[in-house]
Design a protein around this ligand. Structure first.
Ligand SMILES: C[S@@+](CC[C@H](N)C(=O)[O-])C[C@H]1O[C@@H](n2cnc3c(N)ncnc32)[C@H](O)[C@@H]1O
Length: 273
């Protein structure tokens, strides 16, 4: 058989690996840009001293710890509180006050919430800007291990709080004897954590006032991103806001029923598309 490449620079062996990895771990690598994912996983294989994707497939077939390692490596859990201070500043000064003007409590979805730093940051802002309202935050992630960490609200490093000022740190966080930091119970009120795969699962009904999906879809194909943005538009209320990560932009927002509000922020126009 002549081996054809799926995409330039991506060998046929990798295509076979992608299919088998999906069966074994439920992670659909076809939704990630193939050249980037191939490069990233090749680095992992070198680190593990594994000679080929065929050999790596055999490891995943027999070793549950390797399967978890693979999931962790592909999904990338890096996060921090108030990540990208300029954008969170914009959220605090302009976007949330405008959403809060409607008078009601807000419904927020943090999609791809990782260790919880993002939904807790959103909770802090909502409580500061709109106290005494029953805001609710749905925080979801595909990775159960990181979701358990998020739900615990504990075990953060001081560096995870580098964008949190001293006053906020005193008010919303508690130091623990092991030198780590926990989120104060009051910042946890109204947050519900749930496992959710943006590529496979049905989307929550909402309607949400704000959806944050930051640094999650960076390595996804354009097709996968469009399906995800479509899902978000379906879950937003008209006028609701989608909040993206620092280096992310939607190519043709009007195609999915969104309008640009400023870097990283999109508003649902009318009923969406
Ligand atoms: C780099 S972290 C971003 C965390 C946070 N949003 C932030 O910006 O700090 C990406 C998160 O997306 C999650 N993720 C990756 N693929 C996902 C998917 N298909 N569905 C839901 N979450 C996913 C990962 O598990 C990881 O926790």
């Amino acid at each position: 058989m002549v081996e054809t490449a799926v995409e330039p620079g991506v060998p046929h062996e990798f295509e076979l690996f992608r299919r088998r990895a999906y069966q074994l771990t439920g992670l659909d690598l076809a939704c990630y840009k193939a050249p980037q994912m191939h490069r990233r996983l090749s680095v992992l294989l070198t680190r593990l001293r594994v000679a080929s994707f065929t050999e790596y497939t055999r490891m995943l077939e027999t070793d549950a710890a390797r399967r978890q390692e693979f999931r962790d490596y592909v999904t990338i859990n890096v996060s921090e509180f108030f990540r990208d201070a300029a954008r969170f500043g914009e959220l605090e000064r302009r976007i949330l006050p405008e959403l809060l003007q409607r008078g009601a409590s807000l419904r927020v979805w943090s999609a791809g919430c990782s260790n919880g730093a993002e939904p807790y940051s959103l909770s802090i802002l909502l409580q500061e800007l709109g106290p005494e309202r029953a805001h609710s935050i749905l925080a979801t992630d595909v990775d159960q291990t990181i979701l358990d960490h998020a739900r615990s609200g504990t075990g953060y490093q001081a560096a995870d709080l580098r964008n949190v000022g001293a006053d906020r740190t005193r008010r919303w966080f508690v130091g623990t004897p092991d030198g780590k930091v926990s989120v104060a119970p009051v910042a946890r009120v109204g947050i519900r954590f749930a496992k959710h795969d943006l590529l496979r699962d049905a989307y929550p009904v909402g309607p949400f006032d704000l959806i944050a999906c930051r640094n999650v879809v960076i390595y996804f194909t354009e097709d996968a991103k469009e399906r995800i943005y479509d899902g978000f538009v379906g879950a937003l209320r008209p006028g609701g806001v989608l909040f993206l990560g620092g280096s992310e932009a939607i190519m043709r927002p009007q195609n999915v029923g969104l309008a640009v509000m400023g870097p990283g922020f999109y508003r649902k126009v009318g009923e969406g598309r």
